[in-house]
Design a protein around this ligand. Structure first.
Ligand code: S3P
Length: 179
């Protein structure tokens, strides 16, 4: 992980689908008294189309281009920002995230994620697939990318949203050096 810059900006959450970025992000924002922005919801409102619609009409790469534009627009604003699970797949997005802090990786095992999102129709990347195998594949591909962008990792497998928020707040407030 990178050096300790945790107090220099507003928290950004990264991690796979189902890791709790939106739920935890919204509670964290409330606790910190700042607005919450969900990048997927921002794209949907901006485009006036759902995520599955965007994927169907423009393909994944079309969606990724919109996602990069949205990230450029929203990163650095005074808010808690929850990103889509695939935001780290583009090098330009990783560069933006690495220049920002704090970036927090909500990490969970594919088994835990699959149980949460199986059957979700709003996530084109898992639609019609064996959710667990797909998540295992995505976890393997993306783990190094999340790690490259993150200032800190929170393992969420057994944490409630409330517990996760408490852990993040403690980490944000902690003034001891990381090592
Ligand atoms: C994606 C994750 C989704 C959404 C899109 C693609 C991904 O966001 O951006 O369906 O590539 O992992 P969530 O992580 O909020 O589900």
């Amino acid at each position: 992980m990178r050096h300790d810059r945790r107090r220099s900006g507003y928290p950004v959450l990264i991690g796979l689908m189902g890791s709790g970025k939106s739920t935890i992000g919204a509670s964290l924002a409330e606790a910190l008294g700042v607005p919450f922005v969900d990048l997927d919801a921002y794209i949907v409102a901006w485009q006036g189309r759902s995520i599955p619609q965007i994927f169907a009409e423009q393909g994944e790469q079309g969606f990724r281009a919109l996602e990069s534009a949205a990230l450029k627009d929203q990163l650095g604003r005074p808010c808690v920002l929850a990103t889509g699970g695939g935001v780290v797949t583009r090098a330009e997005n990783r560069a933006l995230l690495r220049a920002h802090s704090p970036v927090i990786w909500l990490r969970a095992r594919p088994e835990v994620l699959a149980a949460r999102i199986a059957g979700d129709r709003n996530r084109p990347l898992i639609a019609g697939t064996d959710t667990l195998s797909r998540l295992r594949e995505l976890a393997e591909q993306r783990a190094p990318m999340y790690a490259a962008c993150a200032d800190w990792v929170l393992d969420c497998d057994t944490l409630s949203a409330e517990q996760a928020v408490a852990r993040i707040r403690a980490w944000l407030a902690d003034e001891t050096p990381l090592r």
